[in-house]
Design a protein around this ligand. Structure first.
Ligand code: SAJ
Length: 413
């Protein structure tokens, strides 16, 4: 059976590009979201999130009549769930969005449908989703049904795209397809083959869940190594950037880049799902998280120490986004550090963020002043580099002759 109509549940950073790309292959796609604003925006052919080229692809898909958004689910052959999976206060995974998505689609499911969980999930989440669907629709037979051959297909196919390169990576990345059975994997591969140029590799759902968590934990642990080195090097008066460049000349060494902390919605979250599943065994993964989460505080203390030398220090914070050359301020250590410095009253705080025109609403009324790079460099006693945006690359040591430079991301050093 070829797929003629696909539903994508959750039209965020992953769901919307996925929906638009599938629609661009001529398949009818109905996107479901709980936000009326998101639904209305998409139906006008516009986007509510920032991602290069996404506006064009969405506009084309909506204009062609292939992509439509709605608050209410309707029948389709495949349902792809791409909702958030945050963690709770106690760092335990919060699966409530997946559960709500299951409740939303259950009434419209039909025999032979494929349900895919794309959201990054703790091990066992796809089994839970299958169980919820089975309870909600006892008339259908999901994988693992105790007494009946299944007539429904469920798989976990984690998204792996890099924010900022989503449209490219959606098509070119390999996909891990973790079916609840071999037949489920096969069915899911059929769907992904429509738009994925990379390989679709079949495994079981638990391994697919763990693979995604492993990828982001690998990165987190390696960034923690770099961040720990940066702190050790400060203690030993060694330039960590020079050190890493030298060590990386070894053919089997590839140390990542220290920074002011790890931001974004994935790498700082996903390792906790492993820790929650195996709290006794996941020692290094937990420690890496703690090392990376401790880095903003370390940077703040460095600024405080430097500020003590001035009567009325002016501190320029270069960069607020969570990584270079994007405008995404959510879960950003740079933003958190800048905010904390302002709250603590360490000095007058100037912020430079070339990718935004005004401070986010929650910072209105804060003492942070958004200024140009020139103004910041002219007025500051202390310059704190937080993000290596391309606009900052014009700076060199000569700009800091009379200033204290704290270069947390290695722009100049
Ligand atoms: N960072 C460092 N040092 C480095 C690399 C990154 O401090 O050497 C920091 C960045 O500044 C940023 C954070 O880590 O604050 C994460 O940035 P990133 O670009 O490494 O990753 P994300 O969070 O934008 O996207 C990741 C990707 N995962 C991997 O590269 C293994 C992406 O492929 C995933 O799809 C995404 O997480 C996700 O959704 O899980």
């Amino acid at each position: 059976m070829a797929f003629e109509k696909v539903s994508v549940v959750g039209l965020g950073y992953i769901g919307l590009p996925t929906a638009a790309v599938i629609a661009s292959r001529g398949i009818e796609v109905i996107g479901i979201d709980v936000s009326k604003q998101a639904v209305d925006t998409i139906n006008q052919g516009k986007v509510h999130i920032v991602e290069p080229d996404l506006d064009m692809v969405v506009q084309a898909a909506v204009t062609m009549g292939k992509l439509r958004a709605s608050l209410t689910p309707e029948a389709a052959q495949a349902f792809m769930i791409a909702v958030p999976t945050p963690f709770k206060e106690d760092k335990q995974p919060d699966l409530s969005y997946i559960e709500k998505a299951a409740e939303a689609i259950a009434p419209v499911l039909e025999k032979g449908n494929l349900v895919i969980l794309e959201s990054t999930s703790p091990v066992g989440a796809t089994e839970k989703l299958t169980g919820w669907l089975q309870t909600l629709r006892p008339d259908l037979y999901f994988p693992g049904h105790p007494s009946h051959e299944p007539d429904m297909y469920v798989a976990h196919c984690p998204e792996r795209v890099l924010p900022g390169r989503v449209l490219e990576e959606l098509v070119s990345n390999d996909r891990i397809i973790g079916g609840m059975s071999a037949a489920c994997s096969e069915k899911a591969i059929e769907l992904y083959k429509i738009f994925v140029r990379g390989n679709c590799i079949s495994t079981n759902a638990r391994t697919a869940e763990m693979a995604k968590l492993t990828e982001n934990s690998f990165r987190d642990v390696n960034i923690a190594f770099a961040n720990e080195l940066s702190v050790i090097c400060d203690e030993l008066s060694i330039n960590v950037w020079e050190l890493i460049a030298l060590a990386n000349r070894h053919p089997r060494v590839n140390i990542l880049t220290p920074g002011p902390g790890v931001g974004g919605h994935c790498i700082a979250v996903d390792p906790w799902f492993i820790v929650a599943s195996a709290p006794e065994s996941a020692r290094m993964i937990r420690t890496a998280r703690e090392v990376n989460d401790g880095k903003p505080e370390y940077v703040i203390n460095k600024v405080k120490q430097a500020a003590d030398e001035f009567k009325r220090p002016v501190i320029a914070c270069l960069g607020l986004a969570f990584k270079p050359d994007i405008d995404d301020l959510r879960e950003s250590p740079a933003l958190g550090i800048t905010q904390k410095l302002a709250e603590l009253g360490v000095g007058r705080i100037l912020a430079v963020e070339p990718n935004i025109h005004q401070l986010p609403a929650k910072l209105e009324g804060s003492k942070i002043e958004l200024v140009s790079l020139d103004t910041a460099i002219q007025q500051a006693n202390i310059v704190l580099v937080l993000v290596n945006h391309k606009q900052f690359k014009v700076l060199d040591k000569s700009h800091f002759n009379t200033k204290v430079l704290i270069d947390s991301s290695g722009l100049i050093s």
